[in-house]
Ligand binder design. Sequence first.
Ligand code: BES
Ligand code: ZN
Length: 477
Amino acid sequence: MAAPPQFLEYINLNKEAFIDRLRDAVAHRSVSTDKQKVLKMREWLQQKLTEQDVIVSFPEPPNTDEPPYILLGKIGTDATKKTVLVYSHYDVMPVDGWNGPGEGTPEDRAFNLYRKDGKMYGRGSSDDKGPVTGWINVLEAHKQKNPPLPVNIRFIFEGNEEIGSPGLDDFIAAEVKKGENGFFHSVDCVCITDNYWLTTRRPVLTYGVRGIAYFTMDITGATDDLHSGLYGRMIHEPMTDMVKLLSKLVEPSGEITIPGVEAQVPPPTDDERKEYELMDYSVTDLRKDTGGREVELTENHADLLMGRMRFPSLSIHGIKGTFDTDDGLKTIIPANISARFSLRLVDPLTPDNIKPIVIDFLNSEFKKLNSKNKMVVHYQGGGFPWVGDRNHYNYKAAEAATKTIYGASLKPDYTREGGSIPVSLTFSNLLGKNVLLLPMGQSDDGAHTKLEKLDEDNYINGTKVFGEYLYELARMQ
Ligand code: BES
Ligand code: ZN
């Protein structure tokens, strides 16, 4: 153990107050697109952090069209100590169809933290307000118990993450340009707390994320919907074109069938495969996350993990413009439809190189259909993949901290994440410092779903890990 005993004691004694703090955070309905609420949440954070002696500022965005909704926090200026940069986000996904327990409308329940059997249900509980408040808990324990923080901390909390962090990269680049006067100047390493364990039993440290490229495809036919009995087989139907085109993107096996995508990704080496084989994971873990349904592509756990971490994937998210109620038979020919799909990317695939491949392919496939409808593919945004150096002291510190709290027998697995946190690569490239992903929640937390939760144990132990990590960092050479 590296942290003084009064730190862990304080966390143990204040569990209820910390849960109340998370409840307050979740009560802010800071869905990324609701800027008013995002700003209110940012003010709340400003107050909470200021109470803990953090110097908070809201930077002027370099590009005023896209304010990045950032909160910067600074605590500690001791040049003899290391400085760690902590990133989390305080915006959340929408709550459509929220299915969690509690009282009131789905929306009311989603933003009212509900405790049951050691779990706390609420939008953002795990992604990412649990970690955000976890850091505030760590600061409070230090202020109240008065051990000085072992390192200087710089916080960057973002309110735009779930919509692709517009403006964030520009902000970081502008700040780095300021040299010694820039916010990130003295940073030694970066800790991103925005991911989850691979299972419900073993912690992980994460050294990579997949990138993402997001597309929409619009197909337009007549000016309005038409009766299929009257016009079926008289006109080109947008939906027929759409399903033909979507079927060209990906096989049921998960293989991406856009030429020139899979081919770019080198096959895993034997050593790499072995690493995935050694990870504590099985198809049973996946089935827990899929609600007990056997929907897996394979039962081989190394192949499952490589599907998520090592290979690209393509998911079709939905088609808009069709019916979404089930009252009665809908026999129309929809005139205006739009599909969304995205690719998760691994090196060497990037949003820049994948964009023309996808757009050109769909245009050429559409031509083959000889349809008189209009089809347009739009690139909506994305982020680069990243793989970091897991041999750095940043990881050694996180591993030691995790073992202290969860026990040496639960040594964390080193994982890459299938999800995307584009700022990982930005920090790595622009600051030139090591980046670590240190999770609080676990695999079945259901981030982004209709039933998101965080376990009380993960919240409290995660808070302890964050604190221990700071002490371990301080000790690292
Ligand atoms: N917390 C997630 C990132 C994540 C996802 C980590 C899955 C671990 C596993 C983050 O909030 C998120 O969802 N990011 C978006 C990024 C996108 C909008 C650029 C994502 O991955 O879809
Ligand atoms: Zn997140």
